[in-house]
Write a protein that binds this ligand. Structure first.
Ligand SMILES: [Mg+2]
Length: 288
């Protein structure tokens, strides 16, 4: 576990991908999805594989979830899709990966590598190879993506009274690079990626602060669930309207948070708006 002791009166957890940085489209469309199609032999149904992966990772309530959970969900959607069934495509079901997910709490490459070395399982090995190649592709392709407008002014204001922590499902190495390259690491006390545990586990560090002094900022329902579990307030960065969300946080939300006028009606309004941004079901079901 990371070293983190309370220094200020307020606590703020901040998600990174799709929240501070506009990296979601780039990472998924250029890095995750091409490797998904390649490593899981989905060439013959590549269009549907892409749509399933985009839906799960970008445009659904699962947006922003851990990559291994997303992998299982996108294969599931893909296997059920009528056009894929009609093509009699062989969609891998990765039973051993599901078993690993069910028994492991640190769903990252280090834990998966141990599982691969402990046995002789082709699906675990292939999933690790995919995940490692994704990291290499991200390192090669993702650059020049600055924080969203209004992020800096918001972090400046929060920094005056809050201990801040990056709470993310991205590998630590990529997070360190992004936060340092764009000179925003100086605002946070620590950077906690997927190797540190789930967002729910990491946000447990908020327990030293009064509930009304704990805030999570995120762009995905999983961020909100992690906040709820740890009795934190939640400010949503709405997918597709990130700039307006950060502006609202910077000009109004932070003041409300510091003055105790955030919980209740204001929180509920934010959540109601957020809920309308992401669907439960993919377009190929709703338009059918
Ligand atoms: Mg995110």
């Amino acid at each position: 576990m990371i070293e983190f002791t309370k220094q200020k009166d307020f606590f703020v957890g901040i998600d990174s991908d799709g929240c501070v940085f506009d990296t979601m489209e780039l990472k998924h469309k250029e890095c995750f999805i091409p490797q998904f199609i390649n490593y899981f032999e989905l060439q013959g149904v590549s269009k549907f594989a892409r749509e399933a992966a985009e839906f799960v990772n970008l445009y659904s309530k699962s947006r922003g979830c851990n990559r291994f959970l997303a992998l299982m969900e996108q294969l599931d959607w893909l296997a059920k899709r009528p056009e894929v069934v009609a093509r009699q495509a062989n969609i891998p079901r990765l039973a051993s990966v599901q078993q690993w997910i069910d028994s492991e709490t640190k769903l990252g490459n280090p834990a998966l590598q141990q599982a691969v070395e402990a046995g002789d399982d082709a699906d675990l090995a292939r999933t690790l190879a995919w995940s490692q190649e994704v990291n290499q592709t991200v390192a090669k392709i993702v650059r020049n993506v600055p924080p969203f407008p209004h992020v800096r002014s918001a972090l400046e204001k929060l920094f005056s009274q809050a201990d801040m922590l990056v709470v993310s499902a991205t590998p630590n190495e990529a997070l360190e690079t992004e936060w340092n390259d764009h000179d925003v690491a100086k605002y946070v006390r620590a950077i906690c990626g997927q190797e540190a545990g789930t967002k729910k586990e990491t946000l447990a560090l908020a327990a030293d602060y009064e509930p009304s002094h704990r805030l999570m900022i995120g762009d995905a329902p999983g961020d909100y669930q992690a906040a709820q579990t740890n009795d934190c307030l939640f400010f949503p960065i709405n997918p597709g309207a990130e700039e307006a969300s950060w502006q609202q946080l910077s000009t109004e939300g932070i003041e409300r948070f510091f003055s105790g006028a955030f919980a209740g009606d204001y929180q509920q309004q934010l959540l109601d708006t957020f809920d309308r941004y992401l669907p439960e079901n993919p377009h190929w079901l709703t338009n059918a």
